[in-house]
Design a protein around this ligand. Structure first.
Ligand SMILES: CC(C)(COP(=O)(O)OP(=O)(O)OC[C@H]1O[C@@H](n2cnc3c(N)ncnc32)[C@H](O)[C@@H]1OP(=O)(O)O)[C@@H](O)C(=O)NCCC(=O)NCCS
Length: 180
């Protein structure tokens, strides 16, 4: 199991089937905040859905296509960070994250992203990391800015949120520009 220590309070641990109750519980109590920018939240309505997500990500990790980690803050499960669209030909991947409502605003997603990106550059032979977020998602957009990413463009109508097409911002960082 992959574990990435971040600080004395924070650790990232590869999601395991036994984590499904934690993932679902945190998602369920934060549903209102998370669904605003994560449309899949509405379709995740029981623990079995979280279990299926974890099992799918474990299969993808075996194929080196993705990696999903639980974010643990003071020994409490508080969210998920993942690496996906891992393209070995161009040594590129994207990261995504969510943090439960009670844990937001503590710098957790920024610190977790910093640790996962460092891990990806040092251990996974990755050359470029991208973060894509809905244009209006200012909280998410602050994270790549704080980590020195470049804004590379806006993809028009590239996601659908609660029936509305929305633009996605793409931000990226190259290994040689990563100084953390
Ligand atoms: C985006 C998200 C992961 C940020 O998690 P977080 O742990 O709160 O993030 P951080 O504490 O590292 O802060 C990142 C930025 O979010 C903003 N932020 C966090 N909590 C906030 C709050 N309660 N009120 C206002 N802004 C807040 C801040 O602007 C902060 O930037 P700053 O430090 O420059 O002020 C979290 O808000 C979330 O899960 N949102 C819903 C799901 C989502 O949008 N995921 C991303 C999809 S691309």
């Amino acid at each position: 199991m992959i574990e990435i220590p971040v600080s004395d309070k924070l650790i990232l641990k590869q999601l395991q089937p036994a984590d499904a109750p934690h993932v679902y519980q945190q998602l369920d109590i934060s549903r209102k905040q998370l669904r605003r920018f994560l449309p899949w939240v509405d379709y995740n309505t029981n623990e079995e859905h979280s279990l299926r997500f974890i099992e799918m990500m474990m299969r993808k990790t075996e194929e080196q296509e993705a990696l999903a980690l639980g974010i643990w803050y003071e020994n409490k499960f508080c969210g998920v960070i993942d690496l996906h669209n891992w393209d070995h030909l161009v040594q590129k991947a994207e990261i995504g994250y969510w943090v439960g409502a009670a844990f937001q605003g503590k710098g957790i997603a920024t610190a977790a992203s910093k640790a996962l990106i460092s891990y990806a550059f040092q251990r996974l032979h990755i050359h470029k990391i991208e973060i894509r977020f809905v244009l209006q998602n200012e909280q998410s957009g602050r994270i790549p800015i704080k980590l020195g990413f470049c804004r590379e463009g806006v993809l028009r109508d590239s996601a659908k949120l609660h029936g509305q097409f929305v633009d996605m911002v793409v931000m990226g960082i190259l290994k040689e520009d990563w100084h953390f």
